[in-house]
Design a protein around this ligand. Structure first.
Ligand SMILES: [Zn+2]
Ligand SMILES: [Zn+2]
Length: 336
């Protein structure tokens, strides 16, 4: 546990399976007047729960003293433990409206989402024999989520006052459709969730719950935080970092580079999204990997990420999209 500044503590909540592709999460505990606010919860495991309890006792607090839990976005690593926390504390849980509305289809009755996911993957060329694996790839982590439907619905633009802090809620769609960051202007701090991490490039994919142009959303969200006066970014993974504007520049440049690699592939001829994904390198936990080396979940994220690039290129008339035998294929229209 690190005390970032007086009253704000970073706690490292471990991944459920050490060494797996699931990663540790940084949650943040913020001191108020006799009450605590928690930003993100980590995964739903007994070990995570005991670490959280332990860290609270180190600073003289108890789980019951948490009065507000703010979730940056509804991915299992950020949201997973929330249901368990609700059993032992009367904390209110706050999350962006878009994601509150998606909880049911994502975590409670998943049949429709699973069939929509399969239809999307099929339409984009995932072969029949790989389809069930990719379709069901996220069911494995479902057991690390204890769902709860938040009672405080955010839209962005609110100020959450807690003790001496006043956090502005900044809606930053892209990595997920209702992702939020928390900005504390007096301390010049930005709690960035997964929107910005110091070395990892956050996944941005087009899928049934992403909205139509997540990459466009992500670029706009990066530009909107770039305007904030921030000295220190507190991300939900890895470590705190300074020089936020430089990181925004790197992230935008990375997206441009990915777009160019994808365009290079479709310039060579018609490709499905699946075929494009198989021809470009992917970065997983800092290592460059080929598509065939990826886990089923990462393959699915890869296909959705390539799709997030190709759809706007098609809308802009740079790439043409046609349906052949029930599958969409993309080819470059420009001559460059
Ligand atoms: Zn995430
Ligand atoms: Zn995350």
């Amino acid at each position: 546990m690190i005390e970032i500044i007086p009253g704000i503590y970073q706690i490292d909540l471990p991944a459920p399976v050490p060494g797996s592709q699931l990663i540790d999460v940084n949650a943040y505990l913020i001191r108020g007047e006799g009450e605590w606010m928690l930003v993100d919860t980590g995964w739903n495991t007994r070990y995570t729960f005991s670490i959280l309890q332990n860290r609270l006792s180190q600073i003289g607090a108890r789980l019951e003293d948490i009065t507000l839990v703010v979730i940056t976005h509804f991915h299992p690593d950020h949201y997973g433990l929330v249901g368990k926390l609700k059993q032992v504390s009367s904390a209110k849980v706050a999350m962006h409206q878009i994601e509150v509305n998606l909880i049911k289809s994502r975590y409670l009755s998943m049949d429709q989402l699973l069939s929509e996911t399969a239809a999307t993957l099929k339409l984009h060329g995932v072969p029949e024999d790989e389809l069930p694996l990719l379709q069901n790839a996220s069911l494995e982590v479902r057991k690390y989520v204890s769902p709860f439907t938040p009672e405080v619905v955010l839209n962005g633009g609110e100020t959450i006052s807690h003790g001496e802090f006043a956090f502005q809620v900044v809606w930053t769609p892209g990595h997920s459709p209702g992702h939020i960051c928390l900005y504390e202007p007096r301390c010049k701090l930005l709690l960035s969730g997964d929107h910005m991490l110091p070395t990892i490039f956050p996944n941005v994919g087009l899928h049934p719950q992403s909205g139509p142009d997540p990459l466009g959303d992500y670029r706009r969200s990066l530009r909107s935080v770039e305007e904030l006066d921030v000295d220190l970014v507190l991300p939900a993974h890895e470590y705190p970092f300074t020089l936020m504007k430089r990181r925004v520049g790197e992230l935008l440049a990375h997206l441009d580079q990915r777009k160019e690699s994808i365009l290079d592939v479709v310039r060579q001829g018609a490709h499905t999204v699946y075929q494009v994904s198989s021809e470009i390198p992917w970065i997983v936990n800092g290592s460059i990997m080929s598509f065939s080396e990826l886990s089923p979940l990462d393959k699915r994220l890869a296909v959705m990420s390539a799709l997030a690039h190709l759809e706007p290129l098609s809308a802009q008339g740079i790439v043409e999209k046609t349906k052949e035998d029930g599958t969409l294929v993309y080819r470059a229209l420009e001559s460059a």
